[in-house]
Design a protein around this ligand. Structure first.
Ligand code: GDP
Length: 424
């Protein structure tokens, strides 16, 4: 048996979904271990094009068991909507191929509302939340003020627990934000409408994973977002509210004692960033518009235009270190084919001093990028399937990034489709 984590090296949206979809044929179990429905993995395959938010990307492979681990923000309402959407395109989703950890905490009806209320209070100081309730959810989880999916099987205790939580949360809703309080009727409706539907999927997934490992099955851990959004190691406070790093995968999955054999770090051939916060290598004006349009850089969840920039060596090297990546998948190389000269952010300058170290978050606002240029290749590379199909300038670009970030680029992706990949 071997296990592998597929993780983002940068700010998210690197193309993790397409990489999970590519390699899942070698894995019998795929686990999402953190985050919620606040981002999207885009997968294109024989069933069509999907923006997955919470479902693991192994859901399209027959005989793959997909697990939502204890580390995720389990939103029953959004999960069931997503399940219905994916089923409508002919994909079978049953309690045999989708399992929800009984230890996954549930995102409660007030979390999404609180996200919106807090962003409105912050006004122009907002963090750029996707308003899916993720930050209020994780803060409540760590305050031990939410419920576990397994509690749905203990209705009497559940109602008592929910009542206590509701009374506590109504203090915030009413007294802090002046909003409408939640009622037990609201909660009962939520339980009937959504939680009843997730119950058949809830299981002791820790046991399922232990059995899988014992029987020599391969487990794939799937992350959301990227290293620079990790709560502890990212661009705090513009991070997400969970740990996106591979080292968290065993903890968030239900195999806390597992060692990860392989970490595939996904890097985009240029940079993108959604929402607020420091983004040192950011491009503006026409140059940015063109790259955004070529790369179709609009958020999978919100449709928001993503901020764009050249590949950022400083941030990417840091992301590789944080993730402990053992190999890299470089995606969207085809998008750069229109450029005569390709910009690369090689260093930062802070208060007149050059650095190649990723700075402390507060110092990033002072950092200016050092941009150098490499030759472009100016031809369509989307049909390349081997390393030697690539023009020399493209090979040089990939090899340069590989050398600078100190990790083997095993996969070069030249299109969104499953087969548009070079494996070295
Ligand atoms: P994720 O959240 O890391 O899975 O990334 P997203 O799904 O937000 O963004 C990746 C987007 O790029 C999706 O629309 C993919 O279909 C697309 N994509 C992935 N790899 C490639 C590639 O090599 N070339 C092109 N042109 N598009 C790609």
């Amino acid at each position: 048996m071997s296990n592998c984590a597929i993780v983002g090296i940068n700010w998210g949206d690197e193309g993790k979904g397409r990489m999970v979809d590519l390699v899942t044929s070698d894995y019998q179990v795929v686990v999402r271990y953190q985050g919620g429905g606040n981002a999207g993995h885009t997968v294109i395959n024989e069933y069509g094009k999907f923006a997955l938010h919470l479902l693991p990307s192994g859901i399209f492979r027959k005989d793959t068991i997909n697990i939502l681990g204890n580390g995720v923000a389990l939103d029953p309402e959004n999960l069931m909507k997503e399940v219905e959407e994916v089923r409508a395109k002919g994909v079978a989703i049953t309690p045999d191929n989708l399992k929800i950890s009984d230890r996954a905490s549930l995102l409660l009806p007030w979390h999404r509302e609180l996200d919106g209320l807090e962003e409105a209070r912050l006004a122009d100081k907002k963090y750029g939340s996707t308003k899916q309730g993720i930050a209020p959810f994780y803060s409540d989880k760590y305050q031990k003020k939410t419920i576990l999916a397994g509690e749905l099987f203990y209705p009497e205790e559940l109602m008592e627990h929910l009542k206590d939580l509701m009374e506590w949360k109504n203090l915030t809703l009413e007294k802090v934000y002046g909003a409408k309080p939640c009622t037990m009727d609201d909660l009962k409706a939520w339980l009937d409408e959504y939680c009843e539907k997730i119950k058949p999927f809830v299981a002791d997934t820790g046991e399922i994973l232990k059995d899988a490992v014992k029987n020599g099955k391969n487990v794939l851990f799937e992350a959301q977002l990227g290293a620079l959004r990790d709560l502890d190691y990212g661009i705090y406070p513009y991070t997400t509210s969970s740990n996106t790093l591979a080292s968290f995968a065993p903890v968030g999955s239900g195999l806390p004692g597992a060692k990860i054999d392989k970490v595939i770090g996904v890097v985009k051939a240029y940079s993108t960033c959604v929402g607020e916060g420091p983004f040192v290598c950011e491009m503006f004006g026409e140059e940015a518009e063109k790259l955004r349009a070529e790369g179709q850089e609009y958020g999978a969840k919100t449709g928001r235009p993503r901020r764009v920039g050249p590949v950022d060596i400083v941030a990417t090297r840091y992301g590789v270190e944080c993730q402990g990546a053992t190999e890299i998948a470089l995606t969207k190389l085809d998008v750069l084919s229109y450029m005569e000269k390709i910009p690369v952010c090689t260093k930062y300058v802070i208060n007149g001093k050059e650095t190649d170290r990723f700075p402390f978050p507060a110092a990033q606002n002072l950092a200016k990028p050092v941009i150098e240029y490499m030759d472009g290749w100016n031809c369509d590379i989307s049909k390349a399937r081997t390393w030697d199909d690539l023009p020399d300038a493209a090979k040089k670009y990939v090899s340069y990034i590989e050398k600078e970030i100190g990790c083997f680029i095993k996969y070069v992706s030249v299109g969104p489709e499953r087969e548009s990949i070079i494996i070295r």
